[in-house]
Design a binder for this molecule. Sequence first.
Ligand SMILES: Nc1ncnc2c1ncn2[C@@H]1O[C@H](COP(=O)(O)OP(=O)(O)O)[C@@H](O)[C@H]1O
Ligand SMILES: [Mg+2]
Length: 380
Amino acid sequence: MKLNVSTKTKQLFMDPSVLELDHIPETLRFREPQIKAIYQNIRPAIRGTCPINMILQGPPGTGKTTTVNHIFREIEKTYPHIIPVFVNCQIIRSEFRVFHKIYQTLLHQEPPLQGVSSQQLIDVLGKKFSKTGDVILICLDDANALLHLNILENVLRTLLRLHEGYPGIKIGIIATVNTKDSSITNHLSTSVNSVFQANHIFFPPYKKDEVRTIMHDRARTGICPGVIFPQILDLIVEETGKDGDLRMGISLLKCSVDRAESDKRTSITRTDVQASLQTAREMHRKTITNMLKEEEQQMLDMISTLIRQNGDRMNVGNLYRETKKQLPMCYSKFRRGLTRYGNLGLIEMCRPKAWGNTREVLLRYTTDTDNDGWMPRETI
Ligand SMILES: Nc1ncnc2c1ncn2[C@@H]1O[C@H](COP(=O)(O)OP(=O)(O)O)[C@@H](O)[C@H]1O
Ligand SMILES: [Mg+2]
């Protein structure tokens, strides 16, 4: 096949934006059942009534955020009376900021960051939207981040009961949750759950051939033809499977092309992929750990060091005792930290058969001492 590549400029990317993690692909593969279920819940909003609240639940990298963005983009084009509001809870991490973001999106104006309370912002919105007939569809993306800050309960209560003070206002909530088993509803009060009544939609991990198809799509739209051969793509897919997160695979693809391009070559080699692994994993891990607050980061560093000193795993009780010596904290705060790292895919909690209820903590990423980089644990 003739390469669509100028050997002078060595432009290997056809559209570099396609390999950015926030890129929303035209076609979302393997998510038809989830998309259908979400639209089913949104249907009442199309008729001008309150949609059914939803929780989209699944491990990181299973397309929850992308699916919501995809649907929001379609809704914006098709239904002017439904106003989507996207709140990235990993970044917006206070109750006031959540309402600030909702206000900003709905009124297209910047409210002051100081001198006003959440209640004042809510009152302005309540008065306006109780009369317009619009339906507000709010996505709390990565809502478990708010759970950690102990503000999810209040945010949901305020939004779900707004119609009591402002009859006529119509709000639906989509919460995305990065977790494998426990639902956020287990942590909410009965009074909030009774109005939330969220429909759960599960996002399972992609199978190997699904990862291959998605990566193939990305390569086809983002990279010039002939730059990546099938066996090299297979290698990238294999490495992606070890991390179980598509984001790592997309970063690996991008880094490998970057490497070939800077070497003025016209295709990616095995060596490009192998040499890019460390950078891609480092980027992936940084993206995740950047979501942590400073104190969460500190605790992660501490437990990582302790676990590594102990081999590759550590009993939860012992880990707490050792952590507390240097970072004083109560047990519930420690456990909240572990849950957060688990949800982000940084650690894994397991229960060895012989130990009854005792749990162990394993690092999901271990340092590769030869290369001083981060490697996924293959044994998990
Ligand atoms: N079905 C899919 N088709 C194409 N790309 C996808 C699909 N699912 C996920 N991706 C891509 O994988 C990456 C991670 O997806 P994301 O929606 O952020 O996952 P999650 O929110 O579940 O952690 C994004 O770059 C996204 O574009
Ligand atoms: Mg997400």
